[in-house]
Design a protein around this ligand. Structure first.
Ligand code: F0G
Length: 470
């Protein structure tokens, strides 16, 4: 395809449909298979790539943190995603994230102390997990000589792309957002970082369809998670989870589902680790939809759609979308990051669910906001979409699917400050504000609200208030 600055011969691209299996060079820009239209994977020749035979190899890189490739939480695992030469790798310090034990949230979910961990991806440079994938997609874009990169976004992908463009100056960012559909925290990042911000009169699904067309017509490199290199970077979230657990595989990974990139990447990460012999079992995977954006839940849980050896029931899937369209149903949830009805990675996610003996659930905006308040009270903080993972774990625990003793990791995908409007509305004493932001979405009460105390500007009154409430 485009000019190839440097090549690696350890990897190639391959259509995920086993009945097709078309292959493409690693230097090609592909967001779907040319032959059958399905998604493509990055595939490695492990015999030649020769990955390390022990996790200790990655640990010793901690001592070499002056090297940016060792400091990055993505590229520290370079040998598990060797699709580009090290000289081409782009890093802005992504992946310095931690697996935290969360006793307060464990008790809310119904797990025994010490059994719940939160993987806090809000600590990334642009405040969400997206930076893991962006550093990888950006690296690939660089090897193709791209001058511009584009995405559609509910806010975090665009913030991430804008950050990589402004820090590295390697490419110009073009972002497509649904008008009025992204939180101010995220919009402000894209504007601040100087991205060309195109507000489409429509929602994420509209923006996604348009960005695919526009980037194809203009030859702009697309960094949405249909880009298989994005998912290579997102695999490393699971490597860090394992690292945090002293390389023991947890029982459950629970993740919010939007465009289904993470769930796709996580399954691939574990399947590859097993293939190269670094682990001997896979965790179970739970993907959690918001009830107002529940395509995966509808298809998987209610209509029985499965990976089916690479031939999911396309009739059922197309029928569902036709039904959404005929009823004019649009995604709608306070978790704006996952307000998506047409997840582009559906087939890869179905494959991960198959590999990881997965389950799919939906949670209401009430459950999301309550779980979010509990995460905040536990001291980490996240945006609404991230809290879907905790709400989902609680639901699975109460159904008995997750046992009280099992080791569960919930992924907190985005930072608390991404969407302060939702947080303040939950804790407010102003009923109109509550109704406007949350009541309109079916949230009836804020059971865990921490209300600000209004006092006159008078020392005696202030002291009285502190004594009364503390
Ligand atoms: N959590 C957050 C905070 C997100 O921003 C997203 C996706 C998801 C979860 C869902 O992840 O797509 O891998 O299932 N945000 C995209 C964006 C769509 O444009 O920022 P997924």
């Amino acid at each position: 395809m485009n000019s190839v600055a440097a090549k690696t011969d350890l990897a190639f691209q391959k259509c995920i449909a086993p009945r097709c299996g078309a292959t493409y060079g690693i230097d090609e820009i592909r967001v779907q298979c040319e032959v059958c239209g399905d998604l493509v994977d990055v595939v490695y020749d492990w015999d030649r790539a020769r990955p390390p035979d022990s996790f200790a190899f990655f640990e010793q890189k901690w001592s070499r943190r002056a090297d940016p490739l060792c400091a990055s939480g993505v590229w520290r695992f370079f040998e598990l995603l060797p699709f580009a030469p090290p000289s081409q790798v782009v890093t802005i310090g992504e992946g310095q994230t931690l697996l935290q034990s969360a006793p307060h949230v464990a008790s809310y979910v119904g797990l025994k102390p010490g059994r719940l961990h939160l993987q806090y991806e809000g600590m990334n440079p642009s405040g969400s997990f997206k930076d893991n994938g962006m550093s990888a997609a950006f690296t690939h874009a660089r090897t193709t000589g791209a001058a511009r990169a584009a995405c559609a976004s509910t806010g975090n992908t665009s913030a991430s792309l804008a950050a990589y463009c402004s820090v590295t100056r390697l490419m110009k960012a073009v972002i497509f957002v649904g008008s009025g559909k992204i939180s101010y925290g995220k919009l402000s990042q894209a504007l601040d970082f100087g991205a060309l911000t195109v507000q489409i009169a429509g929602d994420f699904d509209d923006a996604m369809a348009r960005v695919k067309e526009a980037s194809r017509d203009l030859g702009i490199y697309l960094v949405n998670s249909v880009n298989p290199f994005r998912l290579e970077g997102q695999k490393t979230i699971m490597y860090r989870v394992l690292e945090g657990l002293r390389w023991e595989v947890p029982d459950w990974i629970v993740v919010p589902g939007g465009n289904l990139g993470n769930s796709s990447a996580f399954g691939k990460a574990f399947a590859e680790l097993r293939e190269i012999g670094l682990i001997d079992r896979l965790p179970r995977l739970a993907v959690i939809n918001a009830a107002g954006a529940n395509t995966l839940y509808e298809l998987y849980h209610r209509r029985g759609v499965r990976w089916n050896q690479g031939s999911p029931d396309t009739g059922a899937i197309d029928g569902y979308y036709a039904d959404l369209d005929s009823r004019g149903r649009r995604a709608s949830t306070i978790a704006s990051a996952i307000e998506i009805n047409r997840p582009v990675n559906l087939n890869k996610c179905l494959r991960s669910l198959e590999w990881c003996d997965g389950v799919v659930r939906e949670v209401t905006d009430q459950e999301i906001m309550d779980a979010k308040a509990q995460v905040g009270a536990g001291g980490l903080g996240c945006e609404p979409a991230s809290a879907a993972s905790v709400a989902g774990a609680k639901q699975l625990r109460s159904e008995g699917i997750i046992g009280a003793d099992e080791r569960v990791v919930c992924i907190l995908t985005g930072h608390q400050l991404k969407d302060p409007t939702a947080t303040v509305a939950y804790h407010t004493t102003d009923q109109d504000k509550f109704n406007e932001v949350l009541g309109s979405r079916g949230v009836k009460r804020a059971a865990f609200a921490n209300r600000a105390v209004a006092v006159p500007n008078d020392l005696e009154e202030i002291i009285k208030a502190i004594q009364l409430y503390s």
